[in-house]
Design a protein around this ligand. Structure first.
Ligand SMILES: C[S@@+](CC[C@H](N)C(=O)[O-])C[C@H]1O[C@@H](n2cnc3c(N)ncnc32)[C@H](O)[C@@H]1O
Length: 237
């Protein structure tokens, strides 16, 4: 990971698009929730939620990411720990657990059953587990081939199966992201738009509009780069 490059990208168009993703997630979080962001990276979602007055904190396994979060956002409440080992958080202490672009790592590279056991334990009855992750449709796979980016996949049916395995009820799903990620390059791809604020605003506005349009047309799963799925911990269990 080139931390300096990631820092620059977060200050450019990708930062703008990343904020849009954060706002999509924030819109699925009930008011006055306590939130734990798993694999929070540089802390942009924790920062966004705290700015909105939400009681949010994060956990992250990578010390470099936690260091950069301090440069970007100051002293955010982020704990350096593997999601499998979050024993220090008390039972039923969060309304919401979020995995933003982290589920495919937790699922493929770690013991996801251990992590999900912890997520279940720390969530209050009625609490929400939100998974916002790459939607591995044709265009995303092709783009990854073109830029030779290798990343494990965990499509929406996999996420749903894991939620069901842990007795979550499926609460809802939506798809988002059409041009913002490919044009900004995210953290890994080429940046295809000049570093000029009006251009960033235009891309962000069009991205939002297209995401909405494809959702209405029922084409989100075929063309959008992210899915946002949430499960609810039943109150009776
Ligand atoms: C693709 S990044 C996404 C970061 C951040 N959520 C964002 O959206 O910018 C995935 C992050 O999950 C972290 N991660 C992966 N497995 C983890 C685990 N088992 N426990 C905690 N963090 C983990 C990685 O270190 C990385 O920062």
């Amino acid at each position: 990971m080139d931390i300096q490059d990631n820092y620059r990208r977060l200050l450019g168009l990708w930062g703008r698009i990343d904020r849009q993703h954060n706002q999509v997630i924030a819109a699925t979080i009930p008011a006055h929730s306590t939130v734990l962001d798993i694999g929070c990276g540089y802390g942009s979602l924790v920062h966004e939620l705290c700015q909105q007055g939400i009681d949010a904190q994060g956990v992250e396994i990578d010390p470099e990411a936690v260091r950069l979060s301090k440069t970007l956002y100051g002293d955010l409440p982020i704990t350096l720990v593997n999601a499998e080992d979050i024993h220090a958080f008390p039972d039923a202490s969060f309304d919401v657990v979020v995995l933003k672009d982290a589920f495919h790592h937790v699922y493929n590279e770690h013991d996801y059953r251990k992590s999900f056991g912890q997520f279940w334990r720390i969530l209050k009855p009625g609490g929400r587990l939100i998974i916002f992750d790459p939607n591995p449709m044709f265009i995303l796979r092709l783009a990854r081939k073109l830029i030779r980016h290798v990343d494990p996949e965990a499509a929406r049916p996999v996420a749903e199966a894991v939620l069901r395995e842990f007795h979550f009820e499926i609460g809802g799903v939506q798809y988002y992201e059409v041009i913002g990620l490919p044009l900004s390059g995210g953290f890994v791809g080429p940046v295809l738009v000049p570093n000029w604020r009006p251009a960033h605003s235009a891309v962000a506005a069009l991205n939002h509009g297209l995401s909405r349009l494809f959702a209405v047309l029922g084409l989100g799963s075929s063309v959008c780069w992210r899915y946002c799925l949430w499960g609810v911990k039943p109150i009776t269990r």
